[in-house]
Design a protein around this ligand. Sequence first.
Ligand code: ZN
Length: 134
Amino acid sequence: MRCAISRWLLESLLREAKAAHSREICGVLLGREGVIEEAVPVANAARDPERSFLLDPAAHLAASRTARHAGRAIVGHYHSHPSGREEPSYADAQAAQEQGLYWLIIAGGGARLLISRRGGEILGAFGGIEIELF
Ligand SMILES: [Zn+2]
């Protein structure tokens, strides 16, 4: 499976992650199947934002509403791993309850894309997706 994302968008997320230093950034991804068109930052409401992320529920809802009004769909979300590890954590696997969402992990100046899939080959929770830059 592949998913397209513009170089410009990916680079802006890499910059956002770098600027946050040791804190995890997070946000929602808008687009359609096979294409990520836009990323909307959402506050990280985790109690320990240096080790985990939690999309702030109110901000998440507001982003969903804005997306819907613009006729766009939320296809997943992104977060960063300041540790530089591109692999999803066990906490990520546990949080991947909603199926078929893109999970973009920004780490170490690069990115890895997954899709939540119960029984998937990655931690039993994700399948790998190849990023197609355009
Ligand atoms: Zn993670």
